[in-house]
Design a protein around this ligand. Structure first.
Ligand SMILES: [Fe+2]
Ligand SMILES: [Fe+2]
Length: 325
């Protein structure tokens, strides 16, 4: 890769100024790309075999079990802070329940945005292609997920935790004007960190069976979404116009900052009887929390680094989000 100059690849073909070296670099890079239709066909096969109906798959009638967590304690925002040490077990578990509801609410927000991005992505593409049919399949998955998360929130009498008005409006603009690489970068950001947490949640025997069931279904189906988005983003970062690649670097850094602020709705602290300002300050100062978020984002940031998203100004924004070490 010709690091540093922002990606010459878009102008390689047919541009007299392009050097042979750059053309060779592009040819090698494109050689790494998997065929779009082949990827989509494999994902369609996998969807046909491993898709779940949460309404019939999960036992929604079973009551919650006393003493079980709703999210692994180490992944609860306040874990290991001075405030956490003062809380009793019951209040800690209650906080885990509200954080799970807040993350489910955040998940629904992401999924609604993602569905619109996917609809926009396929708008002018041949509906007969596997690539479009898979996008429609992914939208079906996300419809089931959002309904499943909503049912989970309501099941425990926890409230709906919307993102702030400002973030809602930012999302409204973004999902309307975003470029294709920008859309897939945001998709991965929304999917991969939560996915990392869910992979730790579903096998955890300390956690409520219903939460384990929800996260297991989500992990299985999300693996395909991550694959689809990664393949497409890798392709886009080689073929999109240079301005669009640079725009992706900066906007993705800005999403990372919004993401890390919006990740846990601070109302959860008030609702479990804690002082919201003190709790937010302790989460911000928590070394454990920083490590959790950076570890959760590592697979994603490694990938984005590899395909050239984390450069220049974009990289600085990612750093300031706290997701990149
Ligand atoms: Fe989902
Ligand atoms: Fe997804």
């Amino acid at each position: 890769m010709t690091a540093g100059n922002g990606g010459p690849y878009d102008e390689v073909v047919g541009t007299a100024m392009t050097t042979v070296t750059e053309a060779e670099v592009l040819r090698d890079a494109l050689g790494l790309l998997k065929d779009r239709e082949q990827v989509a066909k494999r994902l369609l096969d996998s969807s046909a075999k491993h898709s779940f109906d949460p309404d019939s798959e999960l036992d929604w009638d079973a009551p919650y079990e006393d003493g079980k967590w709703f999210w692994p304690p180490e992944l609860v925002s306040l874990y290991d802070t001075p405030l956490w040490k003062r809380m009793g077990e019951e209040q800690r578990i209650l906080l885990s329940q509200h954080e799970a509801a807040a993350l489910a609410s955040l998940g629904i927000w992401f999924e609604i945005i993602l569905m619109q991005l996917l609809v926009r992505h396929i708008y002018d593409k041949a509906a007969t292609s596997a690539h479009v049919r898979y996008a429609l399949t992914e939208i079906e998955d996300e419809c089931r997920h959002s309904k499943m998360f909503a049912r989970l929130i309501a099941h425990g009498d926890t409230p709906w935790y919307p993102v702030s008005r400002a973030h809602q409006n930012l999302g409204r603009v973004f999902k309307t004007i975003s470029t294709t690489p920008g859309s897939f970068t945001a998709t991965l950001l929304g999917e991969e960190v939560l996915d990392w947490m869910q992979r730790l949640t579903f096998p955890d025997e300390r956690v409520q069976p219903l939460v384990r069931g929800v996260t297991r279904i989500h992990v299985v189906e999300e693996a395909r979404h991550v694959r689809y988005a990664r393949e497409e983003l890798r392709r886009q970062m080689l073929t999109a116009p240079r301005w669009s690649q640079e725009f992706t670097r900066i906007t993705s850094g800005e999403f990372a900052r919004v993401f890390s602020v919006a990740f846990v709705n601070p109302e959860v602290y008030t609702n479990v009887g804690l002082d919201k300002r003190e709790a937010v300050a302790q989460v911000r100062a928590s070394g454990h929390r920083r490590e959790v978020m950076q570890t959760g984002a590592k697979r994603l940031t490694d990938f984005l680094d590899d395909i050239g998203v984390l450069r220049g100004m974009g990289r600085r924004l990612w750093r300031s989000s706290g997701l990149l070490a």
